[in-house]
Design a protein around this ligand. Structure first.
Ligand code: CAP
Ligand code: MG
Length: 415
């Protein structure tokens, strides 16, 4: 039987089938190998191949399972690769990612490799649950139809006691945000026990709802080993919570998938924090794009996903972030839509820019930009709400600030 060299995985006459999973990669290679060798190596090592072309165990029918590098752009070192869906176990995101984001990133001659984009065949899409609430569900839950949802992260991110934490949350809700969330590294701490924080903060949510007549949401961070996450989710549900927050990259895809299944039918939303993403996404020429990660996350089933701000403190290229927002919010098969979350360095003075750039289907979160208000959390939340009101009524922020002192002070400090 013919051997299968890396170059044999190039098949530019191949037309991808509807049953193929298709990935786009960009790469750089060592001068000791050709473009074709390197492109083929990506296809081979992410599907059925290895370095020795002459495997005594190879069978003619197995060759068909090989990935096909069907499109190449030598100028830009980009390739598109089609993978037959039989290479993948449906409903097994870790297995899929062990293939298309696995060994290939470490091949010696591939000096750089970035997974830019991925498109799944219908059978794989249909195997996953997708978001349980989606954008329509979270809008229904909050009753807010046509403006961005407003949220805050309790700050300082670590150090407050459970009592202090719940008071900060209460102040923010009273001031006018709908959502209060824990920070990504807040779990069950010696100074702030999960079991104490949850009932206290959810009680404060109830109080704030009674006082304001508005629906309020708390996103407790349940990030932990899997069995513990389930226990913490149960605790949240038992105390009347409607959402949990998970750091989806540090807990991992298996845990996320299991949690999504665990919450099925319970109507509980998942707020996905993407802490660690920049270790994969930040380098332009190596890693996994945030667009690809967003697609994995929506498929598995997160309702809210941190997706970048363009105007805030976190790095991110404008067009790339817009593509991520589009992807999360697009109508796609039967999957519900995931609401993108803009977070990091935001404050009331940036609300106009955010709506100009992203429209209204997003969550706008501000931590420092609310708790850093000169008059405290409640005023900070009020200022944020006023900024959105101004925009909704078509009034310039500065004009609206004339008779809204909280907004005026926020603009004075940050704008
Ligand atoms: C924001 C934040 C968010 C990051 C996430 C923080 O706080 O709580 O976790 O912005 O970034 O800890 O930095 P501030 P991303 O509002 O005080 O900046 O959404 O890019 O993953
Ligand atoms: Mg944070």
């Amino acid at each position: 039987m013919r051997g299968m060299r890396y170059e044999d995985y190039l098949e530019e006459s191949y037309e991808p089938q509807e049953t193929d999973l298709v990935c786009e990669f960009r790469f750089e290679h060592d001068p000791s190998v050709s473009f074709e060798w390197a492109a083929g190596a990506i296809g081979a090592e992410s599907s059925i191949g290895t370095w020795d072309p002459h495997l005594s165990t190879m069978r003619e029918e197995i060759r068909e399972l090989g990935a096909k590098v069907f499109w190449t752009d030598k100028e830009d070192n980009r390739v598109k690769i089609a993978y037959p869906q039989d290479l993948f176990e449906p409903r097994n995101m870790p297995q899929i990612l062990s293939s298309i984001t696995g060994n290939i990133f470490g091949l010696s001659e591939l000096t750089r490799l970035k997974l830019l984009d991925v498109n799944f065949p219908e059978e794989i899409i249909n195997g996953f649950s997708g978001p349980q609430l989606g954008i329509s569900g979270v809008r229904e839950l909050t009753g807010i139809k046509d403006r961005p949802l407003l949220g805050t992260i309790v700050k300082p991110k670590l150090g407050l006691s459970d009592e202090q934490h719940s008071t900060v949350a209460y102040d923010a809700w009273r001031g006018g945000v709908e959502i209060v969330k824990d920070d990504e590294n807040l779990a069950d701490m010696s100074f702030n026990r999960f079991e104490d924080r949850i009932p206290k903060t959810l009680d404060k949510r109830d109080e704030a709802e009674d006082e304001t007549g508005e629906k309020k949401l708390y996103f407790p961070n349940i990030t932990a080993p899997l069995s513990e996450m389930k226990r913490r989710a149960d605790l949240v549900i038992d105390h009347g919570g409607e959402y949990v927050m998970i750091d989806i990259l540090t807990t991992g895809w298996s845990a996320l998938q299991e949690m999504r299944d665990y919450l099925e039918g319970k109507g509980i939303g998942i707020h996905a924090h993407r802490a660690q993403h920049a270790a994969y996404t930040r380098l332009e020429d190596h890693g996994i794009s945030m667009l690809a990660i967003a697609k994995f996350a929506r498929l598995v089933g997160v309702d809210n996903l941190h997706a970048g701000t363009i105007v805030g403190k976190m790095e991110g290229e404008k067009q790339e972030i817009l593509n991520i927002y589009d992807s999360l919010r697009s109508n796609f098969h039967d999957l519900k839509r995931t609401i993108p979350v803009a977070s990091g360095g935001l404050h009331p003075g940036l609300v106009d820019d955010l709506i100009d750039i992203f429209g209204t289907d997003l969550v706008t979160q501000a931590g420092g930009g609310i708790h850093g208000h000169p008059d405290g959390t409640e005023s900070g939340a009020r200022a944020m709400r006023q900024a959105v009101e101004a925009r909704t009524q078509g009034i310039e922020l500065q004009d609206y600030a004339e008779d809204h002192p909280e907004l005026a002070k926020a603009l004075e400090k940050w704008d």
